[in-house]
Ligand binder design. Structure first.
Ligand SMILES: Cc1ncc(COP(=O)(O)O)c(C=O)c1O
Length: 426
């Protein structure tokens, strides 16, 4: 009997390139097709239930179908879905974001993280009247030409360091520096007088998980300040996840521009770019930096984001410490298991995210992450999947906890990791 997921994949491949609408969703031999989700769980078309640790690649901080958000969105659906005029709720959302993120004076809403980083980079170029940007190896900022150079996530997974169809004329204006290497960064700045901006994931969550070492972020801030170069923190993953004010609040560092997405809408399509007033005021129509979108600030996504932030603000005193505790206990137990089984491994973790790598060398940058045994990771992924545990299907992604997970879910996942680890034991 042909299984339903397999049949759907065959059907899908006929009409959708590679059968998926985003490359990271594909895995061998074919992905499962999801029917529904709730809380910490998703169910596929074969009625199999999974505990979800992919969590919309970090978007679902509060879990699937979070009650408060569904209520807010349902109410909005009775009032309309798209006006393409300003709304009072956009002001409310902007104020909520500004109150949470100290570095942001003004904010513009967009739809996706990629759109946010594209706008952030254009703003930096418009503001400085310079051309080049600096990004860091392995950081992923969306699928557009300026940043799709030595990027993480799916492009690292599929080994595409510069995409076919991307323009050399664009990518040659993107200088790439190793993550956690402030010295190389400073040298690059000294050598190039034409730097318009620097974009970085303050915590690198697209090469597995890589934490900024010691003073790395404060050095980057200091050097960019000394050279009058706008610093963009891409907080599409870390915003609202690492703290209610993102990684910048956690580290006490103020960037000039911030991009947000994912957890901002807890499963609804919304992202944002915000920053200093003098930079944000460069945006059209008052300014000369053009950015536009039909769906930006649509009332459905805005109602979801308002509800997400209000919920986060209400429960933040418990939320972040609970998730951090979950993560700490989980990763300690996982570490003990792998150590007991003599499996060379590294675990990087912070806040509500972690990743395990199969190597005995610390994972601190793109080369060290690339050198970990990705084949072993694939084995783990499949062994977990078989047991109803869904994590992102790539070494270069991250395992996310959400507010919807409970201790039983975590214990089940740990048991499943225990079984899975046996598949990579030599
Ligand atoms: C740090 C970071 N920035 C930007 C993006 C792009 O966001 P989107 O997929 O919504 O375009 C991602 C997506 O994973 C991301 O992780």
């Amino acid at each position: 009997m042909i299984l339903r997921n397999s049949k759907l994949f065959l059907d899908s491949k006929k009409v959708i390139p590679s059968g998926v609408n985003s490359p990271v969703r594909y895995f061998e031999p074919y992905p499962f097709f999801t029917k529904k989700s709730d809380g910490a769980y998703i169910w596929d078309e074969e009625k199999k239930k999974y505990i979800d640790f992919c969590n919309g690649y970090g978007a679902l901080l509060l879990g699937h179908r979070r009650k408060e958000i569904i209520q807010a969105v349902s109410k909005q659906l009775t009032l309309g879905t798209l006006y393409c005029t300003p709304t009072q709720s956009e002001i409310e959302l902007s104020n909520l974001i500004i109150d949470n993120f100290q570095s942001i004076d003004k904010i513009r809403l967009v739809n996706t993280g990629g759109e946010a980083t594209m706008t952030a980079i254009r703003l930096a170029r418009g503001y400085t009247k310079k051309k080049k940007i600096i990004k860091f190896e392995g950081c992923y900022h969306g699928a557009h030409d300026s940043v799709l150079v030595k990027a993480g996530s799916g492009s690292a997974h599929y080994g595409i360091s510069v995409s076919d169809g991307g323009l050399d004329e664009v990518s040659k204006n993107t200088l790439v520096v190793q993550y956690n290497n402030a010295e190389e960064f400073e040298k690059t700045i000294k050598k190039n007088k034409d730097i318009a901006g620097v974009i970085i994931e303050p915590i690198l969550a697209n090469m597995g998980l890589i934490l900024p070492e010691n003073n790395f972020l404060s050095d980057i801030r200091k050097i960019t300040k000394e050279n009058n170069i706008p610093l963009i923190f891409d907080e599409v993953v870390t915003g609202f996840r690492v703290s209610s004010g993102g990684a910048q609040k956690h580290f006490g560092i103020k960037p000039d521009i911030t991009t947000l997405g994912k957890a901002l809408g807890n499963g609804f399509t919304i992202a944002a770019v915000g920053g200093k007033k003098e930079i944000m005021d460069m945006l059209s129509p008052e300014g000369r930096v053009y950015q536009a979108s039909t769906f930006a600030g649509n009332p459905v996504s805005v109602s979801a984001a308002i509800s997400s932030i209000k919920t986060i603000n209400k429960i933040k005193n418990k939320l972040y410490s609970k998730l951090e505790k979950y993560n700490l206990q989980f990763t300690r137990a996982l570490d003990d298991m792998a150590t007991d089984m003599n499996i060379p491994h590294q675990i990087n973790s912070t806040a509500s995210m972690f990743q395990i790598f199969f190597t005995n060398k610390p994972i601190v940058d793109y080369p060290s992450s690339k050198n970990a045994d990705a084949k072993k990771f694939q084995k783990i992924f499949h062994a977990l999947l078989k047991q109803g545990i869904f994590i992102a299907p790539s070494q270069f992604e991250v395992v996310f906890f959400s507010d919807a997970h409970n201790r039983t879910d975590l214990n089940k996942a740990l048991d499943a990791y225990h079984v899975a680890l046996k598949s990579v034991k030599n």
